[in-house]
Write a protein that binds this ligand. Structure first.
Ligand code: ACM
Length: 536
């Protein structure tokens, strides 16, 4: 389903066009003698790079003889080189062999691990384009990967095609020095309200990686459905995630442990770390309806697939509750190589403040016992957990004493205010999908805030990063996910990566407009916001 094209397109001038020049000349061997100037400026990338120094005399043109040279003896650099080759081969039709970078051999695309300075950290990179080649240097493989995502956007949009295109594959000359503002740049997908298959999840991960998102938070359980296999409580998945457990009784399903491991590995290949969420003590009706003994009265609650929230609670006074929590967290921690495990804690309206505190005082140490750092929605700080517990701010107010006090105590915060960062909020009143309880969020609203200057008392040092959650009550397919995520995901990604001084709506909206032919070539559904000067 393609909804693109249903909205009016602004006639605004587009600074840089990616009009696809058809090349009749045979592709040049390198170095290319007569390089057609690139139509894409060196800084025309999302997220905006930190420092861009163009050199219009140094454009580089890929040709059939281009090699991809990678750091010798680094399997990770080689893997990134192979991935890059895999993405560039279909549209160019070039063989792009991946070879070790030896000695002073120059030319082609080089991916080198090098000391590029502490300020670039583990994800930063330098990208230098001369008329002989493109060299990406980074302290760590994650930086090389980020650099290759930049390079991809510097090539004509036709590079995203999966069939051979007649195109001049020119990259603008000059240098980029780039590193992220925040260490945690995340997207969340709710697979509980509607189950989304491993293939759909992987497609979404593919898109996230292009925008330098480095964490993927999966909301695995909720009132309607339980979507992850747990060996010690097997009916959670088979019954709690069985047929008809999506909102309105549509769909159902769950990830097997092998599915989950496969997603973890797929994400890791794209330098994305999985953050699993098991929401508790509220949002637990799928567990309570599956196992009667988890209820205070020993009677299974009825299964529910409506969209109400805040009605369920684990039984705080029963010991079996903590056996259940221990089993589930242990099994999820075993499956998860990343450092974080999210235990929700939001909207526990059926749990008294005293019970909530008692519950979290036991649940948080269980997460720590299994070697993970606890993460929870912002309500979790009311339970005064240990200060390594990271709070995810989803409320909307700019004054929030509880979270400001938690920051004073030493907690760090992930910013996802629902009226700015929630991808399931409708763009406007005509959006056919999504909800609107927090706000309508047009692209400019999603872009127009500063994660480190949103809640009073929660400044740059307290902000671990930013996340764009996508709740799926109304979303049943990958098209639905894409339509709500794009283009706003790109806005949140830029807020997470680019320095505050780079934030500029005019520049962003023009760069965003250039993403349209790329999304189209990849078959990604997106919302053609009238605020954006879309190309093509
Ligand atoms: C939430 O939106 N209840 C975290």
């Amino acid at each position: 389903m393609r909804r693109s094209g249903t909205k009016a397109i602004l006639a605004a001038a587009v600074a840089c066009t990616t009009a696809l020049a058809v090349s009749t000349a045979p592709a040049a061997a390198e170095p290319s003698p007569q390089t057609t100037p690139s139509d894409i400026g060196l800084g025309d990338v999302i997220p905006a790079p930190v420092e861009v120094t163009p050199d219009s005399d140094a454009d580089y043109r890929l040709g059939p003889g281009t090699l991809i040279r990678t750091e010798p003896r680094s399997a990770e650099a080689r893997a990134i080189g192979r991935q890059l080759a895999g993405t560039l081969r279909p549209a160019t039709g070039y063989p792009l062999p991946v070879v070790p970078a030896h000695g002073n051999s120059a030319g082609g695309i080089s991916l080198l691990l090098d000391d590029v300075g502490d300020e670039l950290g583990s994800e930063g990179y330098r990208l230098d384009v001369t008329d002989r080649g493109v060299t990406i240097r980074a302290n760590e493989p994650a930086g090389l990967f980020a650099g290759t995502q930049t390079l991809r956007q510097l090539l004509p949009a036709a590079i995203e095609s999966d069939t051979r295109q007649h195109e001049t594959w020119t990259v603008a000359g000059g240098s980029i020095v780039d590193h992220p503002r925040f260490e945690y740049r995340s997207a969340m997908l709710d697979i509980a309200r509607h189950f989304h298959t491993p293939d759909e999840i992987k497609s979404y991960i593919d898109e996230l990686a292009r925008y330098k998102i480095n964490y993927f938070h999966i909301h695995l359980t909720d009132d309607q459905g339980w979507r992850i296999e747990i060996d010690s409580w097997p009916e959670l998945a088979t019954v709690g995630g069985g047929p008809g457990t999506g909102v309105d009784g549509v769909g159902g399903g769950y990830l097997t442990k092998d599915d989950y491991r496969d997603i973890v590995a797929y994400a890791a290949d794209r330098h994305i770390t999985i953050v699993p969420e098991i929401d508790m003590p509220g949002h637990t009706n799928s567990a309570l309806s599956t196992y009667a003994e988890l209820n205070c009265d020993g009677v299974a609650s009825p299964p529910r697939t409506d969209m109400a929230v805040g009605y369920s609670s684990l039984c705080i006074d029963k010991e079996i509750t903590y056996e259940f929590v221990d089993d589930v967290i242990r099994e999820i921690a075993e499956l998860t190589p990343g450092p974080y495990l999210h235990i929700g804690g939001d909207e526990a309206h059926e749990t008294s403040a005293e019970d909530y505190r008692a519950f979290m005082q036991r649940a948080v140490p269980i997460v720590q016992k299994y070697g993970k750092q606890p993460l929870g929605w912002n309500e979790i700080v009311a339970a005064e957990p240990s200060t390594d517990t990271i709070a995810q701010y989803w409320h909307t107010t700019t004054d929030h004493d509880e979270i400001a006090d938690a920051v004073e105590r030493g907690h760090r915060v992930i910013m996802s205010p629902a009226n700015k960062a929630y991808l399931d909020m409708k763009y406007d009143e005509d959006t056919p999908l999504g909800l609107s309880w927090a706000a309508y969020i047009e692209v400019r609203d999603a872009y127009g805030w500063d994660p480190a200057d949103y809640v009073n008392g929660v400044g740059e040092d307290a902000v671990l990063g930013v996340e764009a959650p996508l709740w799926s009550e109304t979303l049943r397919s990958l098209d639905h996910i894409e339509y709500m995520a794009f283009p706003r995901l790109a806005a949140i990604a830029e807020l997470g990566w680019s320095p505050q001084q780079a934030h500029d709506w005019t520049s962003f909206s023009e760069r965003l407009g250039q993403q349209a032919p790329r999304w189209e070539a990849r078959g990604v559904d997106f919302y053609r916001s009238p605020q954006v000067p879309w190309e093509s």
